[in-house]
Design a protein around this ligand. Structure first.
Ligand code: SF4
Ligand code: SF4
Length: 235
């Protein structure tokens, strides 16, 4: 858990900073509806009702120091189902944000570092990214009806900015082609940024607001510079 400047917490709000989240865990009925709908319930002792209870009891440190917050997929099913409207996902994300950065799962931390350094979670250079995209586009251009197909990079004034999920570039190129075929059939005026193209914001998953803002800022910057009003975001 991140160190605080408080030497000796004197109130429950200082001692249990997760508790005053607007989710009001004190409202929990312990009904278990959240746990029943959670795809992770029972895996490595995970259970969203347990997390809400830990927050309610002021066991922030125990929660933050455990692996429980990192087992959540952040799918949101629990709070959709909760009859008391408790914001469980926000609670879990806040707990993640309270974790020392050197203790968060390595895969997430690595993706974030690469994303901040290179503009994508894979760490691809601009040249490698453009090469991969153009290679996939050339294959599509060989199909009937797509002769001369090219991917429009950094097109100013396009109608739609298409940011990419890194897996489409890494292992699932066929999903890229599906999108391009839809754009083609719809006559869409679209473009892909040649740099900072990552649409997956792992700052969301790490609980780190500054990182999340950095990734969002890059997309906003693209839209402003290219004068594009619409965004297709893969998450
Ligand atoms: S957001 Fe997390 S806790 Fe809630 S249902 Fe999904 S995996 Fe379970
Ligand atoms: S669904 Fe809501 S009220 Fe029921 S146990 Fe989960 S957090 Fe508590």
């Amino acid at each position: 858990m991140k160190a605080t400047t408080n030497q000796k917490p004197s109130t429950i709000k200082e001692n249990a900073p997760l508790r005053p989240i607007q989710s009001v865990p004190d409202m929990c009925l312990a009904c278990g509806t959240c746990s029943a709908g959670c795809p992770m319930t029972g895996i490595e002792g995970f259970d969203p009702r347990k997390i809400v209870s830990m927050v309610l009891w002021g066991l922030d440190e125990e929660l933050v120091d455990s692996k429980l917050p990192w087992l959540c997929t952040m799918c949101g099913r629990c709070e959709y189902a909760c009859p008391m409207g408790i914001n469980i996902v926000h609670m879990i994300r806040t707990a993640r944000g309270m974790t020392d950065r050197d203790k968060i799962p390595e895969m997430i931390q690595k993706g974030i570092e690469l994303g901040l350094q290179t503009g994508n979670n894979l760490g691809l250079s601009k040249e490698d990214f453009v090469f991969i995209i153009e290679d996939v586009a050339e294959e599509l251009a060989e199909e009937t009806g797509y002769s001369g197909f090219k991917v429009p990079f950094d097109k100013k004034g396009a109608n739609l900015l298409h940011t990419l999920h890194n897996k489409l570039v890494n292992t699932q190129n066929e999903d890229l082609v599906h999108w391009w075929k839809i754009f083609h059939a719809a006559g869409e005026d679209w473009t892909i940024p040649s740099q900072n193209w990552e649409g997956v914001n792992w700052g969301l998953f790490s609980g780190d607001d500054e990182t999340m803002k950095c990734f969002v800022d890059r997309i906003v910057e693209h839209m402003e510079q290219l004068e594009i009003a619409n965004l297709m975001y893969p998450e």
